[in-house]
Ligand binder design. Structure first.
Ligand SMILES: [Ca+2]
Length: 390
């Protein structure tokens, strides 16, 4: 049960907040997603309506907005689903998805459209896939013809140590220059996040065909994998572009405590498992502490862990006080975190939906300017934050 102080209301709103708190507790008591009813929520700066759009998604992981107004949603157990313009879920999964290994945290994971999707129809996926005798994070591409995936191809298969079901990453983002960015978790082999000879615990920068850009930071180092942009990451499940700078921002899960927001730069070492604000699950210290020479400290850390997943800068018009802030979904402390920004500076934080009780897997801005959420559950949901009309 998350702390109930997370509505964080001001005293002038005390009466409203008390009734909302009661409503929130009632919602928590019936644990299915929102019972398909919009709920009104308060927050420091804006009241909003949390509107369920689609229910019955099996552990949805990532989603993409198609130019025709439909949406594609991945389900971790290995299905791709279509949601139409009226938010009706097609009962039949899209044929042609890549073969996935559904094990632990693995399965069909993230999805992104190629920047020229309207011309080439390319859709990109990350997944846990079998590569020889090991299971690793893979990047797949397929052409979506409107109904099915065609020409499904594995473009890249991460070379990783570790064979379990933990820490695959794996968000994908295209930047404004057309580079594809992909996170690979350390697969539960923490020390390998410091080893440039494999892809454990890295952020990768690729061309759209999976090949290596000539100006990646380690292309001239014979013992390093040339796809690596930055390393020493534990398990990054949130990544997005800053709306003004166009730079890639990411967050990653810490061990016990020490979840981080990081701003990657070419060749930087983000420290895991040598530097962390977290501890081992036993509570014993890890590494050398939060900082060490040559290792980048996070811009922000969450201790205790919230288990972040999904990340989006708010760029809509309806909630002016949220402009430029980051929304982060959370799994362990189920909530939506608003990281308050002044440009590229983090100035504060607010917890939203802290009494809702749902694990949030992904957060994205819709083309309509509303933030969209996916909940992580066997009967997961797609929801949208909308303004409350006066
Ligand atoms: Ca770090």
């Amino acid at each position: 049960m998350p702390a109930t102080d997370s509505l964080s209301f001001s005293s002038s709103r005390g009466l409203v907040a008390a009734s909302l708190l009661a409503a929130g507790l009632a919602l928590t008591a019936c644990s299915t997603p929102a019972d398909a009813q919009p709920s009104e929520q308060d927050s420091w700066d804006h009241a909003f309506r949390l509107v369920p759009l689609v229910e019955g998604l099996a552990h949805p992981w990532g989603f993409a907005f198609l130019p025709d107004g439909r949406m594609l949603v991945t389900e971790r157990p290995g299905h791709l689903r279509v949601i139409d313009q009226e938010h009706r879920l097609d009962p039949d999964p899209v044929p042609g998805v890549p073969e996935v290994v559904v094990q632990g945290q693995g399965g069909l994971l993230d999805i992104a459209l190629h920047p020229d999707f309207e011309e080439n129809g390319w859709v990109y996926f990350t997944l846990a896939g079998q590569d020889g005798r090991s299971v690793t994070t893979q990047l797949a591409r397929a052409r979506f013809d409107g109904e099915a995936l065609q020409e499904t191809t594995i473009l890249f298969s991460a070379e990783t140590e570790g064979s379990g079901g933990r820490h695959f990453g794996s968000r994908i983002v295209f930047d404004r220059e057309g580079y594809l960015w992909m996170t690979v978790g350390e697969r539960g082999s923490a020390d390998e996040a410091q080893n440039l000879a494999n892809h454990n615990g890295t952020l990768l920068r690729l061309h759209d065909d999976g090949s290596v850009p000539a100006d990646n930071p380690f292309v001239d180092e014979p013992d390093a994998r040339p796809e690596i942009w930055s390393y020493g990451h534990r398990n990054a499940q949130g990544m997005t572009l800053h709306p003004d700078t166009g730079r890639v921002w990411l967050h990653e899960h810490g061990p016990r405590g020490g979840d981080e927001i990081n701003l990657p730069e070419a060749g930087l070492n983000f420290g895991w498992p040598i530097t962390t604000h977290g501890t081992a699950y036993s509570g014993l210290p890890m590494g050398v502490g939060p900082e060490a020479p040559g290792m980048e400290p996070p811009l922000l850390h969450w201790t205790p862990s919230i288990a972040p997943s999904g990340m989006a800068f708010y760029t809509g018009e309806d909630f002016p006080a949220w402009q430029g802030d980051i929304f982060v979904g959370a799994l362990a402390l189920p909530q939506l975190r608003r990281v308050i920004m002044d440009g590229s500076e983090i100035t504060g934080e607010e917890t939203l939906l802290g009494d809702w009780g749902q694990r949030i897997r992904d957060v994205r801005m819709g083309p309509d300017g509303y933030p969209y959420l996916l909940t992580d559950a066997s009967q997961g949901a797609l929801l949208r934050l909308e303004p409350i009309e006066e």
